[in-house]
Write a protein that binds this ligand. Structure first.
Ligand code: 5GP
Ligand code: ZN
Length: 113
């Protein structure tokens, strides 16, 4: 097993249901979906969290751009969708490789618990 789960997915060593594959970012379905659409968008390079990725503005922009491409491809761009970067312990981040959750396909409540 590679050290980092999402590095393993990015390398193709761990299987995942790929939604979009770009040069430096990758979108794949969450293994435990919380809504009809639940896709994770990662950078192929390892950054532990959003705070560390923020130092690379162009890569951050590519990641966010792919988030919206996923929403369009999944048909949820018009109905609305949620983008979540759980960052650190209080947010419940469980995989220490930066990932945006793209969630949609049903109405959602706010605020988070
Ligand atoms: P976090 O809790 O760090 O914000 O989100 C991690 C997400 O990764 C969770 O929603 C979890 O379901 C998902 N996840 C964990 N292991 C795997 C896996 O092996 N494959 C995929 N596709 N998703 C995973
Ligand atoms: Zn990683």
């Amino acid at each position: 097993m590679p050290e980092c789960l999402f590095c393993g997915i990015a390398a193709g060593e761990i299987p995942a249901k790929i939604v979009l594959d770009a040069a430096r970012t990758l979108a794949f379905r969450d293994i435990n979906p919380q809504a009809p659409t639940h896709v994770l968008v990662i950078t192929k390079a390892h950054y532990p969290n959003l705070a560390t990725l923020a130092a690379d503005e162009s890569l951050l922009a590519e990641l966010v751009s792919q988030v919206h491409e996923v929403a369009r491809a999944e048909g949820i761009a018009d109905s609305g969708y949620r983008v979540v970067f759980n960052t650190g312990g209080h947010a419940g981040q469980s995989v220490d490789h930066v990932h945006a959750h793209v969630i949609g396909g049903r109405p959602m409540a706010w605020t988070p618990g």
